[in-house]
Ligand binder design. Structure first.
Ligand SMILES: [Zn+2]
Length: 476
């Protein structure tokens, strides 16, 4: 029997507000334990939550970017459960009336061979819980409440995803968009963007969903894809053996490359949701939405179309260059002073991205700034160096952060474009290789690159290839 997976993703994205969702404590990451706390976020009796307006504006922004309908009235509910990192004994979330619903995200991926629209069920706001630090050496656990009350939005997808690859494409797109609209820093290592995946399988052609397992707190794109692949295999094996999949919550162990059962999965009614009596219903009017709409930046799809028309790029190149806001900005800054924008795009996509990959750095950490990269490419445009030399200069820039002109001087990489000097070199090369000249003239035109290579060798790669080509053509 053939099975197909049915996957829905829940993303928790931490919002980039300065203060927490219901009190004025700082959200800064990495402070000493319990430094960012007050009676409200530590759940003292008698305190009252006050909603942070910026959290709502950020949620509206995320809703607009994912084509959601924004509800005029939404409500905060208490989600009741006990855990040592949750001092109130409940989490303030939105259940019956979330801020936004019925959106979608178009995922275009080369792997899918086109575009697929993944439905977004809802977006709701909620507070984060604290953190337990397990000190096994001294057999104790410590509670850090700095994260308690940090604002989150949860973005719940429809079960529209059919493969690990699609899940990865959806996640990357959503991650890019949240960074584009600047509501989430997207730092997955610090847990600012984390994913729970609901996975079930069913015989191909069957309408009803199978029993699902939920994989919790996946914090890298790779883990999500690997965990989903593993889960599909695990469930297929169970069904093929004639057993039944159990509804449960599972944890992924990236070191072991497998998941293990954490607990039986709760249903919503286990949480005894009810409206939080300390918070009035939230009203979002059209004026508020319009204000946020004005602050919306250019989104990836629009930027991609603009790159194609403004810089004469292919769809594929534009797709890569707009895959993150940092890369798109870097490219535009690099290309700005240059005549040949396409050349700038090629250099950014090959040299820059290649170097960052080797050094395992993000664009923000690049040793070559966009400004310095422009300076290097301008040296090619004004004929000071050729592309060969530029590659060497770029490598040096990545190592030493030196100015490209300084490196060109130090390494003696100035392009040889003196007409007469190159002419005598060409003539001598032809004299030295009479049989190749004969073969070329007999129709073996492929030998052109052989002559070019000889001259490049003589000039240690510094000859101006355009001038050499011209002289070669005249003399061959
Ligand atoms: Zn607080």
């Amino acid at each position: 029997m053939q099975f197909e997976p049915v996957i829905g993703l829940e993303i928790h994205a931490q919002l980039k507000t300065k203060t927490k969702i219901f009190c004025s404590c700082s959200t800064e990451f990495g402070k000493s334990p319990n430094a960012n706390t007050c009676p409200v976020c530590t759940g003292m009796p008698g305190v009252l939550p006050v909603l942070n307006k910026q959290v709502v504006s950020f949620a509206i922004k995320a809703a607009l970017a994912t084509h959601c309908t924004i509800n005029e009235e939404s409500r905060f509910d208490r989600k009741n459960y006990f855990y040592p990192d949750l001092p109130k004994g409940y989490q303030i979330s939105q259940y019956a009336m979330p801020i936004a619903e019925h959106g979608h995200l178009d995922v275009d991926s080369m792997a899918l061979g086109g575009t697929k629209s993944i439905g977004i069920t809802r977006i709701h706001m909620e507070e984060d819980a604290g953190k337990l630090i397990h000190d096994s050496a001294r057999a104790r656990s410590l509670v850090d409440l700095n994260r308690t009350g940090v604002p989150l939005i949860e973005i719940v997808s429809e079960p529209d995803i059919r493969s690990a690859q699609e899940a990865g494409a959806y996640l990357r797109k959503l991650h890019a968009i949240l960074k584009y609209i600047d509501v989430c820093d997207g730092n997955m290592e610090q847990g600012s963007f984390r994913c729970d995946a609901n996975i079930s399988i069913r015989p191909v052609g069957q309408k009803e969903f199978g029993t699902r397992a939920e994989l919790k707190n996946l914090n890298s794109f790779k883990h999500v894809e690997k965990a989903i692949l593993y889960e599909i295999k695990r469930q297929t094996y169970i069904l093929e053996e004639g057993r039944e999949v159990v509804q449960e919550t599972r944890l992924w162990d990236p070191a072991e490359n497998k998941s293990f059962s954490m607990r039986g999965k709760e249903d919503a009614h286990d949480y005894r949701y009810f409206p939080d009596p300390d918070l009035v219903p939230l009203i979002v009017d059209n004026e508020w939405i319009a204000t946020v709409e004005k602050q919306m930046p250019e989104l990836p799809g629009k930027k991609r179309s603009r790159f194609i028309s403004q810089y004469d790029l292919t769809g594929y190149d534009a797709e890569i260059l707009t895959s993150s806001i940092e890369l798109a900005d870097y490219f535009e800054e690099t290309a700005f002073p240059l005549k040949d924008k396409k050349q700038a795009a090629n250099w950014v996509m090959t040299s820059l991205l290649g170097m960052l990959k080797t050094k395992k750095l993000s664009i923000g950490q690049s040793p070559v700034s966009a400004g310095a990269f422009s300076k290097l490419l301008l040296l090619i445009e004004d004929g000071s160096i050729n592309a060969n030399a530029a590659k060497t200069v770029f490598e040096q820039m990545a190592e030493t952060k030196k100015d490209p002109k300084t490196i060109v001087k130090e390494k003696g990489l100035e392009q040889v474009s003196d007409q007469s000097e190159l002419e005598s070199m060409v003539l001598q090369t032809l004299k030295e290789n009479p049989s190749e000249v004969n073969a070329y003239q007999g129709g073996k035109t492929k030998l052109f690159s052989f002559f070019m290579g000889q001259i490049m060798k003589k000039t240690r790669g510094k000859a101006d290839p355009k001038i050499v080509t011209k002289i070669l053509k005249i003399n061959l």
